[in-house]
Design a protein around this ligand. Structure first.
Ligand code: SAM
Length: 293
């Protein structure tokens, strides 16, 4: 069988197994070899790499990952795809297929069991309905990562790499940029997939920081502040924090921290950089810590 990046071959295998696409699993299979090559190149895969692929589908990207990496661990939720994968990947002895839900499986344990806890590369054409939870999960759980190269909705890719003051800037931009350096590699139109998605897509590279760029006293507090300030976008940061359930600061303390840092009292979250959020979180942490010590 030729490459599945050729639509003819994809149609043939889907027909052979009478495969019906499941919308609820976000099944949009790649049918463009140029895009696949771009993903492989961007992920910078070598034979030393262990790749974790989320949602291999019929194995289109997986075949190329097997060709270029040391080992591929592919996690697919749809059990009807497993026999298809067994056929399309039968030429490779460096692939493991697991029929699991990526949101329920313990990724840290998989990395421990299959790769001795050494860093893995995540490469995937992600199911779009769970893009954000997957990305947040791998970072928040501190999975050992040497790179993340994923196809996602263009709109989400724009939000991830947005800078303060832009309309796309928000909690997702800050959370991802805290852990990794994002860069959009390519925009991918709907006609590169079968069936065609309703929205445009993009391949994004997230290069995890070896050491976090900022010293944070308490990550949980930082992320609560970020959530608080984007929960109510039109509110000032002071009101956002003050009104947020789960954060217990009085307005005077918040205003004092802003004054100490030389930040305007009526600032909104959308205009604050990650560095400023970190500074505010660290100052507020000291206030709380002093109170309880
Ligand atoms: N990698 C293939 C490609 O590029 O042609 C398929 C990509 S398709 C956008 C997403 C794949 O993820 C589908 O095969 C779908 O069944 C699978 N999937 C959806 N939800 C999943 C989950 N929770 N865990 C694992 N796989 C999932």
């Amino acid at each position: 069988m030729g490459t599945l990046g050729n639509p003819k071959n994809t149609i043939e295998i889907l027909k052979k197994y009478s495969f019906v696409f499941q919308k609820k699993f976000g099944q949009n299979f790649l049918i463009d070899n140029h895009v696949i090559e771009k993903i492989i190149r961007a992920a910078d895969i070598t034979k030393d790499d262990f790749v974790l692929e989320i949602g291999p589908g019929i194995g289109t990207l997986t075949q190329h990952l097997c060709e270029n990496s040391g080992h591929v661990l592919a996690i697919e939720i749809d059990r009807r795809l497993i026999p298809i994968l067994e056929e399309t990947l039968s030429d490779y002895d460096n692939v493991t297929i697991l029929n699991e839900d990526i949101l329920k499986v313990d990724i840290a344990s998989l990395v421990k069991d299959y790769n001795d806890n050494k860093p893995v590369k995540i490469v995937a054409n992600l199911p779009y309905y769970i893009t954000t939870p997957i990305i947040m999960d791998i970072f928040e759980k501190h999975i050992p990562l040497s790179g993340v190269t994923v196809m996602i909705q263009k709109e989400v890719a724009d939000r991830i790499q947005a800078k303060p003051g832009s309309k796309d800037y928000g909690a997702l931009s800050l959370a991802v940029q805290y852990y990794a350096k994002p860069g959009i590699i390519a925009n991918v139109p709907p006609n590169c997939f079968m069936p065609r998605p309703k929205v445009g897509s993009a391949v994004i590279n997230l290069i995890p920081y070896k050491n976090p760029p900022y010293h944070v006293e308490n990550e949980k507090l930082l992320f609560s502040l970020i959530r608080a300030s984007f929960n109510q976008r039109r509110k000032t940061l002071v009101n956002g924090i003050f009104n947020y359930e789960g954060l217990d600061f009085n307005k005077e303390d918040i205003v004092k921290v802003l004054d100490d840092l030389g930040i305007a009292r009526d600032i909104r979250g959308e205009d604050l950089s990650l560095e400023q959020f970190v500074a505010i979180a660290n100052h507020l942490y000291v206030i709380k810590y002093d109170k309880f010590s």
